[in-house]
Design a protein around this ligand. Sequence first.
Ligand SMILES: *Cc1c(COP(=O)(O)O)cnc(C)c1O
Length: 403
Amino acid sequence: MSYRSGRHFLQIPGPTNVPDAVLRAMDLPTIDHRGPTFAELGERVLDKVRVVFKTEQPVIIYPASGTGAWEAALVNTLSPGDRVLMSETGHFAALWYQLAKRLGLDPELLPGDWRHGADPEAIARCLAEDEEHRIKAVCVVHNETSTGVTSRIAEVREAIDRISHPALLMVDTISSLGSIDYRHDEWGVDVTIAGSQKGLMLPPGLSFNAISQKALVAAREARLPKAYWCWDDMLGPNANGFFPYTPATNLLYGLDKALDLLLEEGLENVFARHDRHAEATRRAVRAWGLELLCADEREFSSSLTAVLVPEGENADRLRQVILDNFDMSLGAGLSKLQGRVFRIGHLGDFNDLSLMGTLAGVEMGLACAGIPHRQGGVQAAMAYLAEEAEGDQAKAREQRRIA
Ligand SMILES: *Cc1c(COP(=O)(O)O)cnc(C)c1O
């Protein structure tokens, strides 16, 4: 294809846009991963990364995609035939379930309609019936990237505690970590799974397990076969900043920088920014007269919004029109949502004007594709963002006055 002027708008919900500062930070010669320079980098990122998980516990970094970290969480803690309770929130929850089956576990998938998050009450009922404690783990996808629905992890924790059930709690935060509030320690999560290419603003290639003490104890008894994913092999050398095999050195330089950017902005500010862009997007969608896929406002995702197209219209055709005309990629509807929804990613390295460009591309695309809608979505989002900015200005003036 011939050169297209201006930056491509990558508005899929991951991989996300990588800040120039992160790209520059990775543009370094490869180093000896057994040498002292690497040890310093390793120690620094292994320590600093814990801040975004809100944990004091160890975090392991794999040179792998998120799927690898899913597998690592299960094989390190469980034994063949172990029962695992999972919630069918959407495509990614279903994939994790398939992976558990292939590993020789006995997972149960609590059915869902792909418009709601994990149901804490349904989980509580299953655990209450399990008097012999045969369920060894509860697995939840925090932010279901296929639907734009965020599950309420604190309430899932509360449900498990209410039954006093000893199952481990494992949470996939691949599309929420670094964009939506998440608390590994406070919520008593045993294994948190994350990836580099979404909220962490890095290219694909790294994934993470944050591990509780309870999970480390479970790991001593776990009998599923593991080799590459073995936590013990990692934790030993990690204590000195090293890895048991070749780490993704240049991605770790990027991670070092990306963490600095997140901490400089302040995690709570990062979350507020994502909340604001998600709200602006929903206002645009409503103004267009289109329907949000997420059915419960307590579960709206702040990292992406999935939008239903009117019955009889094809969301993939809309995405194609937008890509051809405006050089913007939007997320596709996955498996049973194919053609029914398009997904707007508003996570990672993103600001008010990148959102306005994105929404303008969607509104123009709806017109080009001849999809029935009302105009005014861009206007509604713009009015909201301006109002929020004005509010911030007034707050700053008030603070200066008091000072
Ligand atoms: C992207 C994603 C995955 C898959 O991660 P890969 O890096 O593609 O292996 C899993 N779960 C969720 C919630 C995701 O968003």
